[in-house]
Write a protein that binds this ligand. Sequence first.
Ligand code: NAI
Ligand code: 15L
Length: 304
Amino acid sequence: MPAHHIRLKNKSQIPVSPSLFPPQDFNLTTKTHMNTPTHHRILLTGAAGGLGKALRTRLKSNCSVLRLSDIVDCGPAQESEEVMLADLADSKAVFAALKDVDAVVHMGGISVEGPFGPILQANLLGAYNLYEAARMHGVKRIIFASSNHVTGFYSQGETINANHPPRPDGLYGVSKAFGEDLSRFYFDRYSIETACIRIGSSFPEPKDRRMLATWLSYDDLHRLITACLSTPVLGHSIIFGASNNSVSWWDNSCAKHIGFHPKDSSDVFKEDIFARTTSPNLEDPVVQKQGGAYVAMGPHGFID
Ligand code: NAI
Ligand code: 15L
């Protein structure tokens, strides 16, 4: 098959110029069939974590079988679930976790700034193991939980899009930038499609003033993942994950083909957050930069 053709699950082919990824001139309307599974078996890594738990119920509408994986216990398998313990740094365990899988929602790994050792194992080696296993098993679509900390050193108030160069705000952000580059390589070389979702702050509610700009509700996260799983042509796409907040630093015009339309907004929490937080010191880099507190963490020194 010529490199410029992407074979879709329905066996049809769409000619795509390699220079057009993400396919900027494709005006594909994506229908997100919330209750129609697009895949037979989906692997959810990081299933025991905050977002893993939030997605565990929601992703059942996207597949017939949801395989849950984490380094720690995910609890017993419920109906239409499978559970597999796997350390992302363990290539054999990761290879086993991807067997017979149609798509991966990759949430697993170290999720905050900290020493390089664990980040190296879980986020760098872990991402490599995941993509190698995907290549070996023929898995063609991965949703990768990247982070706003890939671009955390841009200023708040500056609007950036996927074409702005990474400016990671720490080792964690660097590890997510590595995942984005690694997935680009696996797309160019092996046609494995990836959505790199630079998640803002995905929690039940925004916790502070910064999160009024960065908040992504769990339902909007699921809407975004559903759009990435079901869009006919994903290619290699970078998309910022935020709800429909009035304040936004991110422009998703490079990812229109995904058809993500957030429905929630942090605006309803604004009054309460302003009432219980003090006015920020505008001279503080933690207040000035998009990454917030992450820009002032570290250094972390050598690995022991
Ligand atoms: P979390 O820390 O609650 O969950 C991460 C999960 O990964 C944990 O259950 C942990 O046990 C598992 N894990 C860690 N090391 C592992 C290893 N070596 N092998 C297998 N599993 C391992 O984090 P959360 O909030 O659920 O985030 C999920 C993903 O989304 C993470 O990749 C994080 O970096 C990313 N993200 C989350 C954001 C948020 O606001 N929640 C914002 C930006 C990115
Ligand atoms: C992240 O990448 C983290 O995983 C999450 O715990 C939050 O710190 C979030 O970014 C954020 O920037 O608020």
